[in-house]
Design a protein around this ligand. Structure first.
Ligand SMILES: *Cc1c(COP(=O)(O)O)cnc(C)c1O
Length: 405
């Protein structure tokens, strides 16, 4: 193998310090396995933060991308293209949506959803109908608008003045939500399962009441399914499992299985509020991304894949219970499908980063969420045997941390 001319310390030399990546440089991946520059193997339970839903370099996605690369890369939105139209049609057939807008990231899809809701309020009532209600501990992206929607001070501090017109309510608290909703609200923005802040699922009653409150106050219900979408929870979108249908839904992360693409799904009623010229994206609807996403959605909707999500979820859950019995490390195990969080208890919580580090040393990649939660978002195609290998490595990692508690 050729000797690499960059390594982890190159990050500190050349890159802005806004990330603090773990001490390995990923070089290649296949399925749920990844190798670093020293050819060390890792089992990947991080899934690129719920992006690599089909593992690394899924052969069908690779073939699709290769074929599209030989056909058409980009045309802009001055012209449309077949993969974009076909992907929009597919999303409409598979979900509540009747209209689709394409962008490139979760934040951009949310930005479009919030802009649509603002403009709808403005058009139907007037500028006073502009308030956006969102949940504490939410995560909706890093643009100034979406980071303000998220309402976590650590992400907005120092970036003020922030956009105005947001109200934040405690998540899953129905009384607080009811108290915050009135006719000045143009949109209620919620994650069905809060991913970044610790894998907190909403209750069904909460989402159903959110739906009713939005109807009562003529506000749009927006589900941010950037993390929960594309069969992550075992349903194509989490709203399907909850049986609560939003007006707008944002999807990104796994939508392209690692190729950057996102979409805003909308109803026919809400679509006219982004008329020609009011919003756009240079790369949105790019044929490469759309063609890959078409194949990704096709794989994501196969019954055997969704069955695998449920079976591997139960297997992962059992292992987490067993780890807790062995090390007394968790207060709660939460989540759905292959988005699970295991919250560390008090003696363990200060060692969250040590757990991630020890995991890497033992050859398994896991995520954190919030201040004290281990998060698992493996490929939806991970096999029983791969998960066994990964959890055996995680057990060794936790034993290493336990020895130093
Ligand atoms: C990751 C995430 C986003 C932001 O997506 P980007 O592609 O990083 O902009 C938004 N909402 C949720 C729920 C997410 O998990």
């Amino acid at each position: 193998m050729q000797r690499p001319d960059v390594n982890r310390s190159s990050f500190d030399q050349y890159m802005l310090p806004n990330y603090a990546p773990m001490n390995l440089v990923a070089q290649r991946g296949s399925g749920s396995r990844l190798w670093d520059q020293d050819d060390r193997e890792y089992m990947d339970l991080s899934g690129g933060i719920a992006v690599n839903a089909f593992g690394h370099c899924h052969p069908e996605l690779v073939a699709t991308l290769r074929a599209q690369a030989d056909t058409l890369w980009h045309v802009s939105n001055v012209f449309t293209n077949e993969p974009a139209l076909q992907l929009a049609q597919q999303l409409v057939e598979l979900t509540f949506a009747e209209r689709v807008f394409f962008a490139n990231s979760g934040a951009e899809a949310n930005e479009a959803a919030l802009k649509l809701a603002r403009r709808r309020g403005w058009h139907r009532v007037g500028p006073e109908k502009h308030r956006i209600v969102a949940a504490r501990g939410a995560f909706h992206g890093r643009t100034l608008f979406t980071v303000t929607a998220g309402g976590q001070a650590k992400y907005t501090q120092g970036f003020e003045p922030a956009p105005e017109g947001f109200s934040h309510v405690p998540y899953n608290d129905l009384d607080a939500l009811r108290a915050s909703m009135d006719d000045s609200v143009c949109a209620l923005l919620l994650e069905p399962i809060q991913g970044e802040s610790g894998v907190h699922p909403a209750s069904r009653e909460y989402l159903a009441a959110a739906r009713a409150l939005c109807d009562e106050h003529d506000a749009l219900l927006i589900f941010d399914e950037v993390q929960t979408g594309v069969s992550r929870t075992g349903d194509l979108y989490a709203y399907m499992g909850y049986g609560v249908v939003p007006d707008l839904l944002t999807t990104a992360k796994a939508l392209g299985g690692g190729f950057p693409i996102s979409a805003l799904l909308a109803t026919e009623d809400s679509a006219p509020f982004l008329p020609t010229g009011t919003h756009g994206s240079t790369y949105g609807g790019n044929p490469l991304g759309c063609q890959v996403a078409r194949k990704a959605l096709e794989i994501a909707t196969r019954p055997e894949l969704q069955d695998n999500v449920r079976q591997r979820s139960a297997q992962l859950h059992q292992h987490l219970v067993a780890l807790d019995q062995k090390f007394q490390c968790f207060t709660e195990i939460r989540g759905k499908g292959l988005l699970l969080g295991a919250q560390l208890n008090e003696p363990w919580a200060p060692h969250l980063r040590d757990c991630l580090q020890a995991a890497v040393e033992q050859g398994v990649m896991v995520l954190s969420a919030g201040a004290d939660t281990l998060r698992f978002a493996p490929a939806l195609v991970i096999t029983e045997a791969e998960l066994e290998t990964a959890m055996a490595r995680l057990e060794r990692a936790l034993a290493q941390v336990a020895a130093n508690l």
